[in-house]
Write a protein that binds this ligand. Structure first.
Ligand code: TRP
Ligand code: SF4
Length: 339
């Protein structure tokens, strides 16, 4: 991307589905931290999105939304820089979603790749619902209601931003003069997938049980790392190993210095060091990264009213911004009755 001199309006959402882990930190939150310093950012908890798949379990959202918001604050997402809010606290998202639903051809939604993928992946849930088909359109409303220029997303979400652009174009085409579009077309800011695997070498994911949670106690992290699988060829301390066959090495690639990596390469392939020695180096880096987050998290969680104040203020800002757009939308659709 060319260097940006004026700030963009950036919007992104995250579903409250559980406690955040290191994969979220590396894949998403570090990216948000950079963006909040340069741009006008809106970050929200996508609670309605969570209900599109977890409609049978509404309690999940209630119990995870605060954990997630506190995790955001603990890693340094800063309410003085970014607007933090909860989607369902800005009901205009639902209104815009409804208005978009009138103009969106069904095949646009049916061909979104996540639609069929998710239905077959989450076979235990009945996702043959109206709301599930329409959720990328809700996402389009989330984005367009803030007139976002840029939307940081993972690769799987790029088609949703593409759909958002098509909906913006169709709305402008149907209702506005060609030289007076209401919605600008936002761009996807592709966030590179996190290079950090889970503890077992697969993708870090709650459903695989291979995560390091941001909020867990240090003792728990320590135990998880100490019991991480290593190169299967190193059964005994005296067996030599190959770092490239070991998930611990993937962590070293992200956390350790070139010097430390050199010593591990040498020590592992010659059986000069044991796996616990190797893991100890990693634990030092993990502790340095996680401990400050955990200390802040404990301090923040002990002041739930402050967290609520932050979110209340964010909700109010978001509502003001959303209403500004909705007034124009209603006027465009001749719905401003002013009775
Ligand atoms: N659908 C996104 C996800 O599942 C979350 C999301 C909802 C979102 N609305 C958004 C992301 C708007 C970016 C912009 O991860
Ligand atoms: Fe893996 Fe380190 Fe053990 Fe080598 S020494 S097998 S890199 S944990």
């Amino acid at each position: 991307m060319t260097s940006q001199t004026h700030p963009l309006r950036v919007l992104s959402g995250m579903r409250p589905t559980g406690r955040l882990h290191l994969g979220h930190l590396k894949g998403v939150l570090h990216n948000w931290l950079q963006l909040q310093d340069q741009h006008r950012c809106f970050f929200f908890a996508a609670d309605w999105h969570a209900l599109t798949t977890d409609y049978a379990n509404p309690g999940i959202v209630q119990s995870t939304i605060w954990d997630m918001l506190i995790d955001w604050l603990a890693v340094g997402i800063d309410p003085d820089k970014a607007v933090l809010f909860i989607q369902s606290e800005v009901p205009a998202h639902a209104e815009l979603h409804l208005l978009f639903s009138f103009i969106t051809p069904l095949p646009w939604l049916e061909r979104v790749p996540t639609y069929k993928d998710q239905i077959s992946q989450l076979r235990e849930k009945d996702l043959g619902t109206y709301g599930f088909l329409g959720y990328p359109l809700l996402q389009a409303a989330d984005i367009l209601i803030y007139r976002a220029d840029a939307v940081p997303v993972g690769e799987d979400q790029v088609p949703h931003v593409e759909l958002t652009r098509e909906v913006a174009r169709r709305f402008n085409h149907l209702y506005r003069k060609p030289d007076q579009p209401l919605f600008a077309e936002p761009k996807a800011l592709l966030m590179p997938a996190s290079k950090l695997p889970g503890l077992d070498g697969r993708k870090m994911s709650k459903s695989y049980g291979n995560t390091i949670e941001l909020a867990e106690e240090w003792k728990v992290t320590e135990k998880k790392v100490k019991t991480m699988p290593t190169d299967p060829a190193r059964v005994r301390r005296t067996d030599s190993g190959t770092p490239e066959r070991c998930p611990v090495w993937d962590f070293h690639k992200l956390y350790s210095t070139a010097e430390e990596r050199g010593a591990i390469q040498e020590g592992c392939t010659s059986a000069g060091i044991g796996c616990l020695d190797c893991k100890q180096v990693l634990l030092g880096h993990l502790e340095a990264e996680l401990q400050p987050i955990r200390d802040r998290r404990i301090a923040i969680a002990s002041r739930p009213d402050t967290v609520k104040d932050v979110v209340r203020a964010g909700n109010a800002r978001a509502n003001t911004e959303a209403e500004r757009t909705m007034e124009k939308v209603r006027k465009t659709l001749k719905m401003g009755y002013r009775v």
